[in-house]
Ligand binder design. Structure first.
Ligand code: PEP
Ligand code: MN
Length: 337
């Protein structure tokens, strides 16, 4: 940390700050300029955030961090980037991964028909919520265990890996039995107890960005998982809340580019929650591929008009097939297959 003192800070004030820095476990190194004194506080900042309290001391102008608050997810830790092999497919490698399926698992025919179609079109994983985080308690909450069993059936027939959300700590063991990738949703992206429990399951984690989360906060949530012994994290940008009202969210592709530069983790995009409108999904998929994201998670439903959640944003099976074909040149442009 760098502690900048006010221009007319007295010797007594400076000495008090130096004493406090030592007390907090840092080595102070004072540099006296013509106008003001600056103190470099040397030590590992990640464990000592209390230094920010120095701003309340007399004579202190600013306290500035010099280190990142995350380390395990930082690209410096693995400059080449992490490749995660899950159910035989590699995230973060040359191959662009597509996860597709309905917002919610609704019935056997719905999930089986979708699984067959998305597999045929080139998806490598099947998504589908069995435990659904709904804004209203009166809306469809998911088929829960029954939904997980239907996903298992779809995997048995198609071989597609399963991506499904876990909503609470108490369900982690159950969901982890069926999921190849545990989805932590936007609403739970800073539920630290859930992140730790999910980390301990050993399953790969798809970590959505919370709808009002800063990028640093999102990366710190990933740091929770890695620091609890699970290196298998895929980051997922799914749109954030802005002043915009014509779209459900604002898909922040800048965050994807930044997360890829700043961390070694694979980063994918969810254009469905991102737009909230099926007619925009294809364009957002292409943009995501072109900026070199590692993949997509797309909501696909055999009959979106009758979907029990997120009907407006789900593409049909045939729209998905067309989208996958149109996506190819963009994947190629990013030097991927
Ligand atoms: C979803 O994937 O259906 C979902 C609820 O996602 P998010 O947590 O990003 O809103
Ligand atoms: Mn959804």
């Amino acid at each position: 940390m760098i502690v900048v003192l006010k221009p007319r800070a007295s010797k007594a004030q400076i000495d008090a700050v130096i004493r406090e820095i030592k007390k907090l476990g840092y080595k102070p190194h004072a540099i006296s300029g013509v106008e003001r004194t600056v103190i470099a506080a040397i030590g590992d900042e990640r464990a000592h955030h209390t230094l920010e309290t120095l701003t309340s001391m007399e004579g202190v102008d600013q306290v500035m961090p010099v280190q990142r608050r995350y380390k395990l997810v930082s690209r410096e830790t693995n400059p080449k980037g992490t490749q995660l092999t899950i159910n035989g497919h590699v995230f973060g490698g040359k191959k662009f991964q597509v996860i597709a399926g309905p917002c919610s698992v609704e019935s056997e025919s719905q999930i089986m028909e979708t699984a067959r179609a998305v597999k045929k079109a080139g998806a490598t994983f099947l998504r589908g919520g069995a435990f659904k985080p709904r804004t209203s308690p009166y809306e469809f909450q998911g088929l829960k265990h029954e939904g997980l069993k239907l996903l298992e059936k779809a995997k048995a027939e198609t071989g597609l890996g399963i991506v499904t959300e876990v909503l609470s700590e108490e369900d982690v063991d159950l969901v982890a039995e069926y999921a190849d990738i545990l989805q932590i949703g936007a609403r739970n992206a800073q539920n630290f107890a859930l992140l730790i429990a999910a980390a301990k399951s050993g399953r790969a984690i798809l970590l959505k960005r919370g709808m009002s989360m800063k990028i640093e906060e999102w990366l710190l949530s990933a740091e929770y998982v890695l620091s609890h012994g699970n290196p298998n994290v895929i980051l997922c940008e799914r749109g954030i809340r802005t002043f915009e009202t014509l779209m459900r969210n604002t898909l922040d592709l800048g965050a994807v580019a930044l997360a890829k530069a700043e961390t070694h983790l694979p980063v994918i995009v969810d254009p469905s929650q991102g737009a909230g409108r099926s007619d925009l999904v294809s364009a957002m998929c292409k943009a995501s591929a072109a900026i070199n994201s590692d993949g997509l998670i797309i909501e696909v439903h055999p009959n979106p008009k009758e979907a029990m959640s997120d009907g407006a944003q789900q593409v049909t099976l045939s729209q998905f097939g067309k989208l996958m074909t149109e996506l190819k040149p963009f994947i190629k442009a990013a030097k991927r297959s």
